[in-house]
Design a protein around this ligand. Structure first.
Ligand code: PLP
Length: 376
């Protein structure tokens, strides 16, 4: 039987891509804010309903650059239940990550636990919209305003996510996106930063080009993270099909949600379980980037790892995402906030999660194969 991977990249039509490549070859302008780079920024700003966006070569450099641009030092409050790049970006800026536990109903940082982690050294909060589910953005803003902290959202999972008709990327001082091949929308490698005003956009555009403001002036310790024309072309084409990819993902998520309802010991987040039912929260425009399930060993009769390896044996590749927690990697585990006793919810989710295969061209038959395997 064919192998079912956890994800599969959304690819543009090869002939259309070739047409755009011919234009690039004619222009002989292949990077440094080219025509397609500018066009993709415009089209993304409009698609995402945000005023300003700056393209990057991946989703990690905008995180690093965001902290740099806001002069973040001291301590940064963040979540251990994320991809390791979130915490790495804090470390790369010479600041100290402080881990706070998550809300088990969403996987997102628990606002109730943020305040007790704030110290005189705290300068920012870096939450993650885990699996594309919006954080409690209002509560986080209240706390940040009260303590004069900056908020940088790692929105790598939240492409196209809206709450009440507004982009989730509008919250926080800055938000960052990843356009990696494994994400809902991809430019092979790529990413972006979303900001509120033209002045910040200008500053970020300088910083991602070594800090150059004109030929001879350097305004800050910049980095090189410019997206090239070839990936901008690829991104323009993928933008045209991302809505249908999200619709296909939704149909799969609804099938999974429906199926696991009757499997004792297998659950997902309540918001995900409600997708396609009368309880669905219609104020949320979700992107179905991931479909996490949680395995209760006692009830299910098999541990998460047993199920994960059984799936693998049958050529169905899930992903234990996020496992291990960032706070348990050797680089970070000696931090006082990294102790598992400080992070019970994150620890439990990391120990029980499997993200199921979900992508635009996963067939009904493949979805049934995944479901049958979990049913035993
Ligand atoms: C993918 C991802 C990143 C990193 O993005 P890259 O484009 O791979 O550099 C950062 N944070 C989260 C939460 C991610 O999922």
């Amino acid at each position: 039987m064919d192998k079912i991977t956890v994800t599969s990249p959304l690819l543009p039509d090869l002939d259309e891509f070739h047409e755009l490549l011919k234009d690039i070859w004619d222009r002989k302008w292949i990077t440094n804010n080219g025509t397609l780079h500018r066009q993709l920024e415009q089209e993304l700003a409009s698609y995402l309903k945000v005023p300003y966006i700056s393209l990057f070569t991946n989703g990690t450099l905008p995180l690093i650059t965001a902290l740099q641009a806001l002069h973040i030092t001291g301590e940064v409050i963040t979540t251990p239940y994320s991809f390791v790049a979130t915490t790495h970006s804090i470390w790369w800026n010479g600041a100290r990550p402080v881990f706070v536990d998550i809300d088990p109903a969403t996987g997102n940082i628990d606002p109730d636990k943020i305040e007790s982690a704030i110290t005189p050294q705290t300068s920012a909060i870096m939450p993650v919209h885990v699996y594309g589910k919006p954080c409690d953005v209002k509560r986080i803003k209240e706390i940040a305003d009260r303590y004069n902290l900056r908020v940088i959202y790692d929105a790598a999972h939240a492409f196209g996510v809206e709450q009440d008709g507004k982009s989730i990327l509008e919250w926080g001082d800055l938000s960052t996106l990843s356009f990696h091949a494994t994400k809902v929308y991809n430019t092979i490698e790529g990413g972006a930063m979303v900001m509120h005003d033209a002045e910040m956009k200008q500053r970020i555009d300088y910083l991602k080009n070594f800090g150059f403001a004109g030929e001879t002036e350097v305004v800050g310790p910049g980095i090189n993270s410019k997206m090239d024309e070839i990936r901008a072309a690829y991104g323009l084409l993928n933008l045209r099909q991302v809505d249908s990819a999200i619709a296909a993902r939704r149909a799969i998520a609804e099938k999974y949600a429906d199926a696991i309802r009757d499997i004792p010991g297998i659950s997902t987040f309540p918001y995900m379980a409600a997708m396609g039912t009368a309880d669905e929260d219609h104020s949320l425009r979700h992107n179905f980037a991931y479909f996490p399930i949680f395995v209760d060993e006692a009830q299910y009769g098999m541990s998460r790892d047993e199920l994960y390896f059984k799936m693998k044996e049958h050529d169905v590749l899930g992903r234990r995402y996020f496992y291990p927690l960032i706070s348990s990697f050797s680089t970070y585990r000696s931090l006082p906030s990294a102790h598992p006793a400080n992070l019970p919810n994150a620890t439990r989710l990391a120990d029980t999660v499997i993200c199921l295969p979900i992508y635009h061209d996963l067939t009904d038959e493949q979805v049934m194969r995944v479901i049958d395997l979990i049913r035993k």
